[in-house]
Design a protein around this ligand. Structure first.
Ligand SMILES: NC(=O)c1ccc[n+]([C@@H]2O[C@H](COP(=O)([O-])OP(=O)(O)OC[C@H]3O[C@@H](n4cnc5c(N)ncnc54)[C@H](OP(=O)(O)O)[C@@H]3O)[C@@H](O)[C@H]2O)c1
Length: 308
């Protein structure tokens, strides 16, 4: 059994700042979430609501990074080592998973976490019942659909993310990956979607799968190569970034990833975001950013507010 190395367990995050125009009274489009139930509000504050894109599934991303931007080490270790096994980081991840219809992950992240399952209940067991109750109150399906993106189809059918019968799974892959997956003996509840091609799945295919799954809100938990595709296609609506108070550094001998790998914006063409809120948990900062202009877009194009 893995030793429990958690730090900061049960800590209430301190809401430091919220963008005034990002409050629910100012954002008039459809929202997912709203008032948090008491068991969750004591840890995060009274509300968490995410505006939904009027024309396509909304995609938010969640990462934890060191102060100098490292999210993964060369040996494949990632979130826990970066956050210092900080339980409030997993708490926030659970909140975001609770709001999502689908969780999108790259096959590299799945391979590096052989015991994980992309559900709210798995990321923070102490709050599993609270997350489940909130999903129920919001009228969401019991579990978000796990969407695994892979070009090769190199996934382990026995991985918990692919084998829990109550968690719907879509493996989104290429024609090459689909041929490989056909022989793997995946569980009956795992749906393989062939997006064609050999080398990569286009970001538009991710959107198509989310639409087909009737997912209004998807959470992308990386990894960095998958996220890069979505950032390049301007499909990331919000970023929830935990900044862990450590400096990791990089050298020629150590290959360490930032949260976007494989896409480099030209100077002057970076993706600018608006800061939406800042929470503090001890020395960790929890930053929430929204794609610049998204508030204005949602206000001008969409109809009346709702709680989902
Ligand atoms: N700190 C954090 O918050 C955080 C979060 C997530 C992950 N991580 C860390 O990140 C590391 C993994 O990084 P990574 O960049 O390799 O992860 P990744 O993006 O999940 O995995 C890359 C793999 O995902 C598949 N993939 C990604 N984009 C694709 C596309 N457009 N089309 C088809 N397949 C696509 C490919 O799988 P195939 O090879 O099967 O074709 C590719 O090799 C791990 O160490 C993990 O712990 C850290």
């Amino acid at each position: 059994m893995t030793p429990d190395r958690s730090t900061g367990r049960g800590l209430a995050l301190e809401p430091l700042w919220t963008r005034p125009e990002a409050t629910d009274t100012a954002v008039t489009g459809r929202m997912r979430g709203g008032a948090l139930p008491p068991a969750l509000a004591t840890r995060y504050g009274s509300r968490l609501a995410i505006p939904l894109h009027p024309n396509r599934p909304t995609i938010v991303a969640n990462f934890v990074a060191s102060l100098d931007g490292v999210v993964a080490m060369a040996d494949g270790s990632g979130g826990g080592e970066i956050s210092g096994w900080f339980e409030p980081d997993r708490f926030v991840m659970g909140l975001l998973r609770s709001l999502a219809d689908a969780i999108v992950v790259g096959a590299g992240t799945v391979r590096h976490a052989p015991a994980h399952e992309w559900t709210p209940r798995r990321v923070n067991r102490a709050h599993a019942a609270d997350y489940e109750a909130w999903r129920g109150a919001l009228g969401l399906a019991p579990q978000p659909t796990t969407v695994v993106v892979t070009a090769t189809g190199d996934v382990d059918p026995a991985h918990p993310a692919l084998s829990a019968p109550d968690v719907p799974v879509v493996v989104l892959t290429t024609a090459r990956g689909a041929r490989h997956l056909a022989d793997l003996g995946l569980a009956a509840h795992v749906q393989v979607v062939d997006a064609g091609g050999d080398m990569r799945v286009a970001p538009a295919a991710v959107v198509d799968v989310l639409r087909a799954e009737h997912a209004a809100l998807a959470l992308c938990e990386g990894g960095p190569h998958l996220l890069a595709n979505l950032v390049a296609a301007d499909l990331v609506d919000e970023l929830f970034l935990t900044l862990a108070p450590q400096v990791m550094g990089r050298s020629h001998e150590t290959d360490r990833l930032g949260f976007v790998e494989g896409f480099a914006a030209a100077a002057g063409a970076g993706r600018w975001l608006d800061l939406v809120s800042v929470h503090r948990g001890d020395d960790h900062l929890f930053l929430r950013h929204r794609r610049r202009g998204a508030d204005r877009r949602d206000q001008s194009r969409s109809g009346s507010a709702s709680s989902r």
